[in-house]
Design a protein around this ligand. Sequence first.
Ligand SMILES: [Zn+2]
Length: 336
Amino acid sequence: MPTLPELSELERIMELGRGHLNSSIACEVSLGNKRFPVYQLTLGNPDPRLPAIGFFGGIHGLERIGTKVLLYFLRSLVTRLKWDKSLHHLLQDVRLVFMPLVNPGGMSQSSRSNLQGVDLMRNAPVEAEGGVPFLLGGHRISPHLPWYRGVAGAEMEIENQALCKLVQEELLSHPFSIAVDCHSGFGLRDRVWFPHAHNVHPIDHLADIIALEELFQQTHPNNRYLFEPQSLHYCAHGDVWDHLYLQAEKDKSKTFLPLTLEMGSWLWVKKNPRQLFSLQGIFNPIVEHRLNRVLRRHTVWLDFLMRAAAGNDNWMVKGPSRLRMQERGVARWYRS
Ligand SMILES: [Zn+2]
């Protein structure tokens, strides 16, 4: 049996949601005689004509809070399924997909990378255009250094293969889908990053990103989320969401919005970068009241995204105003 508390909690939720929640093992990783399943869960209407949303976390094993936020949200959904008619109603209009712990091997070792020393966010077959920061942008020097991409030309790590398969089957098969991948560890603000990571050019769906941001601002004023293209901070090789976005883009009739939530939780890493790779405390709120606050705050955001996916027809920008929105986005993030 796995000894990871996050995995145990996920298994309890799966048990609680039996009958509503479809769960299966997407792949398994092992360490000595321990085996860690990577679970995928689905609920809601599977009709491929309907919108879909996927929730991902624990890609970086050190960032336990991403998984915790998803488990908190998932437990709340499953509990409400017992009595909440409006939730059942909503689930007739949307497909939900969860992979809350993509890298259980890494989490068992409190490491960012997986058990092979590969950073799953540097491991996809996408090359950055132009320069990337040394090491941080992804490298092939050694699995003993952080941000290692894996061997050139090799297949993606099995955790990434499982993630990509789930996204292709359950999200990209739908006309509209959102993916939200929960991380922690950049600065003091909560940030929502969108592609690209491999170059500094605006994506074709900038108008949709802005529309979604405005919808969130109107629905939940005074929130602390800052929307930005990842490339505003740094470019990187091997970003798995860029990889999937580029695949999705081949079908222009579809919309796929991959978002990365970067929960702002570091204050002192800048002063001692070595702590980045060893201490739990940097990336995860430790004090209980703070943890509870973080869990509650991000549940609002995840719940909003679920509803926004379901109701995308009502807020997506269509026609000529799309171009105007796109230009606003370019002026805001890409001209400086
Ligand atoms: Zn991360």
